[in-house]
Design a protein around this ligand. Structure first.
Ligand code: SF4
Length: 266
């Protein structure tokens, strides 16, 4: 309890212009919630505002309904950030609207690329075909970075089973993409595919319409292909490119690992 009070007190101290959270806070939060289930953790976290101003980053992809439902049951006013890249499947946009209505999400924010950036760097709209990193930069990374400046923490839907790079992520970590000291929260990190399926069934959550058409991982339409049964679910993403995530490379992180958090499920 003393730990919770210390973190909460820090959250409301708006005079401090330093980073909102530090690595020690993430370590402390991991310790506080060790042994708590996802719902208990999120309930305390949101109701006691332990993470300050918080947002969900959602792709409204194949498994997004679970995280959105978990959060909406506690607080449907939590801002939901959606990267409206201009390259989504129409099915994804319809699914976004369906879920927002069904779950009662009251603050859905569509993040669009800057018009100048599109005009300067992707006038043809085909940058994805010859420079997907640059395209993701314009359409995902920059808009998200702008939006995240207003938040102290983000909630992602990443799961450890999704990729080797996600296998050892903790529930709480620091966002290393800038110096703001933003917390990144991965409430579903320990969930297995069967946990997701059971939750979806229990709460009768609608599936993304493309899943049954062979798209287990859904991003922008030019960069998402069908996947054969039994293959890596993300193998349909950026097929033919040495690219597995849509994030940016952070100076100082030279191990080739992309910064965690920019890929909630994209
Ligand atoms: S996923 Fe593809 S289309 Fe979407 S922003 Fe990245 S490169 Fe562009």
């Amino acid at each position: 309890m003393a730990d919770k009070q210390r973190i909460r007190a820090r959250n409301i101290d708006r005079i401090d212009t330093g980073p909102r959270f530090r690595e020690a806070d993430a370590v402390r939060l991991n310790r506080i919630f060790r042994g708590s289930d996802t719902h208990e953790m999120m309930d305390v976290l949101l109701r006691e505002k332990m993470a300050g101003d918080i947002a969900i980053v959602s792709s409204f992809g194949a498994e997004s309904a679970v995280l959105l439902h978990v959060v909406a049951q506690i607080d449907p006013t939590v801002p939901v950030l959606f990267l409206e890249t201009g390259k989504h499947f129409p099915e994804t946009l319809a699914y976004r609207d369906l879920l927002a209505e069904r779950l009662g999400l009251t603050d859905l924010r569509n993040l669009t690329p800057a018009a100048e950036a599109l005009a300067d760097k992707d006038e043809s709209g085909l940058r994805w075909s010859y420079d997907p990193d640059g395209c993701c930069d314009i359409r995902k990374v920059e808009p998200l970075a702008r939006a995240l400046a207003a938040f102290d923490a983000t909630i992602t839907g990443r799961k450890s089973f999704q990729a080797e790079s996600r296998a050892n992520l903790p529930r709480f970590e620091m966002d290393a993409s800038d110096a703001q000291g933003r917390l990144k929260i991965n409430p579903l990190i320990t969930w297995k595919p069967e946990d997701l399926s059971a939750y979806i069934e229990e709460h009768n959550l609608p599936p993304h319409p493309l899943v049954e058409q062979g798209y287990p991982s859904i991003g922008c339409s030019p960069c998402t292909g069908m996947v054969a049964p039994g293959d890596d679910p993300r193998s349909g993403r950026w097929r033919g490119w040495d690219k597995t995530e849509c994030g940016i490379h952070v100076p100082g992180q030279d191990d080739g690992e992309l910064p965690p958090g920019y890929d909630p499920a994209f």
